[in-house]
Ligand binder design. Structure first.
Ligand SMILES: *[C@@H]1O[C@H](CO)[C@@H](O)[C@H](O)[C@H]1NC(C)=O
Ligand SMILES: *[C@@H]1O[C@H](CO)[C@@H](O)[C@H](O)[C@H]1NC(C)=O
Ligand SMILES: *[C@@H]1O[C@H](CO)[C@@H](O)[C@H](O)[C@H]1NC(C)=O
Ligand SMILES: *[C@@H]1O[C@H](CO)[C@@H](O)[C@H](O)[C@H]1NC(C)=O
Ligand SMILES: *[C@@H]1O[C@H](CO)[C@@H](O)[C@H](O)[C@H]1NC(C)=O
Ligand SMILES: *[C@@H]1O[C@H](CO)[C@@H](O)[C@H](O)[C@H]1NC(C)=O
Length: 485
């Protein structure tokens, strides 16, 4: 009816004005500089503990954590090792991922090894760095070199000095200069030594530090190399005194460590989140190990890990699996909590495969593989929560990309007052439109009968209601694994 639809129209106009007002107050003054992004579930399963899919139609890696990954000079991502659900032993598998085609490829090892070839044992928590035509892999059984051109592995064992073999070191790969830096890691105990390897000369050097204040021994810390400043950053990890939220910066110029912030010790380990999207000098992620990390437009990004959320209090607090997403702005030294949950052990929300969804959140996890391609951040697998809240090894693949502040529903940058004016203008237009329509036809609401045409009475048609079986509202949880990739 005309009256009803007019009233609902007025209501909708006022509602949208109110909404515009609300979203306006949420947007920061410098909204153009704000980082807001959205996760898209690209592939893999919503459920944990998946097997490899290798057939002639498609290939997709099964669930795993702590795989080693590197990006070659052609922009292909490589993933080697890790631990899966089936054997719980390190996986002797090499996979590559082509991000433009969104295709995985399984690379079978040549069983009849060349006499010169010394393939590394399946690595777990190994670090790697690709430079030119080779990649170096530092594992708990030593360092190994792979040459793409020769398709061959060799051991790096001709060194006068070299770090002891280890896993879970913090590592930085300078892809411009071909230098791998490693700090600490684990080899029967946590380590705190600091080394660099030149991939050009294939030579290890221990880094002599110019400061008395240095990070304590630790493993599973997150690390970033900041190409613009040449600084190395390191966050958290597992120390002999427990999980840490210490945030360290190493200047390659002065060879000095600087502790930026953070603590170690269960009772002080909760994160300080503040308001989502709002930078603050007092906000910081909680203590954690095994978090994923990326560089995004010169900023440091951190996701999840195993550690302490916003609500962990007291000396007996236990670490949770986290899904919080943080950005550190190196120019102003602020952490911003930009997404994910401030409470650990959360449930993932996948949305539809391949479709951007502002509500999508990857499940909480540690030991995931993270890599960035262009300005997209990628997250694969790890150990964490699946959609059914079961803990296990994951093989879901996620992509994060920034959305501009011009989101649908709020595309105009105008003041609240001007929005009200626009709304009033729309209302007046609608009223005029309605009046014109009423004059040209018959309209009971305004009692504007022109009496030129006979009034036709419409008899309502009797319609028999038939009960139709309701379609299932949600897609079944039993997602057939590994499709569409
Ligand atoms: C980081 O801080 C600088 C200085 O305030 C600012 O110009 C820049 O936009 C910030 N970046 C982000 C992503 O917030
Ligand atoms: C990149 O691609 C070129 C051409 O296909 C190939 O010759 C080269 O070996 C590739 N590099 C790597 C690191 O795979
Ligand atoms: C495996 O290695 C052997 C010995 O180097 C070589 O002759 C053979 O072509 C290789 N096979 C594959 C599939 O690369
Ligand atoms: C060790 O061997 C690699 C090749 O495997 C070679 O490039 C490098 O120069 C050698 N380093 C030393 C210190 O002899
Ligand atoms: C270490 O510090 C001293 C003096 O503080 C300085 O002269 C020296 O150049 C520094 N070393 C490095 C590697 O920067
Ligand atoms: C963090 O915890 C405090 C106190 O428990 C609470 O007031 C605050 O709203 C929480 N913040 C977030 C982002 O969950």
């Amino acid at each position: 009816m005309a009256s009803q639809s007019l009233f609902s129209f007025v209501y909708i106009v006022f509602l949208s004005v109110q909404n515009l007002g609300n979203s306006d107050s949420l947007i920061l003054k410098d909204s153009s500089e704000e980082i807001r992004g959205v996760w898209t579930w690209i592939g893999g399963s919503k459920q944990s503990n998946q097997k490899n899919v290798i057939d002639h139609n498609q290939q997709y890696p099964g669930s795993r954590n702590e795989a080693s990954s590197w990006l070659d000079s052609n922009g292909t991502v490589w993933i080697f090792g890790g631990r899966g659900a089936e054997s719980r032993k390190p996986l002797d598998e090499l996979w590559s991922f082509d991000a433009t085609r969104r295709q995985w490829h399984f690379h079978e090892f040549n069983k009849t090894l060349d006499t010169n070839e010394q393939k590394p044992p399946p690595p777990l928590g190994a670090t790697s760095c690709s430079f030119g035509n080779k990649v170096i892999l530092v594992s708990y059984l030593g360092a190994f070199i792979f040459r793409y051109d020769k398709n061959q592995w060799t051991a790096l064992n001709n060194q006068t000095e070299s770090p002891q073999p280890r896993s879970h070191a913090a590592s930085w790969c300078d892809t411009n200069k071909g230098i791998l830096f490693i700090f600490g890691g684990y080899s029967k105990q946590r380590l705190g030594d600091f080394w660099k390897l030149s991939l050009e000369e294939m030579k290890w050097t221990e880094i002599k530090v110019n400061t008395s204040v240095v990070p304590s021994s630790r493993s599973k810390a997150s690390a970033w190399i900041h190409h613009w400043s040449g600084d190395l950053y390191m966050f958290g990890g597992s120390t002999n005194a427990g999980l840490s939220s210490e945030f360290w910066k190493f200047s390659l110029e002065t060879s000095e460590w600087m502790k930026v912030s953070g603590t170690t010790g269960q009772d002080k380990c909760a994160g300080k989140y503040g308001k989502q999207g709002l930078p603050s000098s007092t906000n910081h992620p909680g203590c954690r190990e095994g978090a994923a990390s990326w560089i995004y437009k010169g900023h440091l990004c951190l996701f999840g890990g195993s550690g302490f959320d916003n609500f962990s209090r007291g000396i007996f607090a236990l670490p949770d699996l986290l899904s919080d997403f943080w950005v550190y702005n190196t120019s102003v030294s602020h952490w911003v909590w930009i997404g994910g949950l401030s409470r650990g052990e959360g449930i993932p929300f996948f949305g539809e495969k391949g479709k951007q969804d502002v509500h999508a959140i990857p499940g909480p996890r540690e030991g995931a593989t993270s890599f960035s391609i262009g300005e997209t951040l990628w997250l694969f697998g790890g150990s964490g929560h699946d959609v059914k809240q079961h803990d296990g090894f994951l093989n879901d693949l996620w992509m994060w990309e920034q959305i501009t502040s011009h989101t649908p529903g709020d595309t105009i940058h105008v003041s609240f007052g001007f929005r009200v004016l626009i709304a009033i203008f729309i209302l007046i237009l609608a009223l005029v439109g309605t009046i014109i329509t009423c004059y040209s036809k018959e309209c009971r609401f305004f009692h504007l009968k022109r009496g030129l045409r006979p009034v036709v009475k419409y008899k309502p048609v009797e319609v028999e209601m038939i009960q139709v079986a309701q379609p299932e509202l949600h897609a079944p949880l039993e997602e057939p694994a590994n499709r569409n990739l």
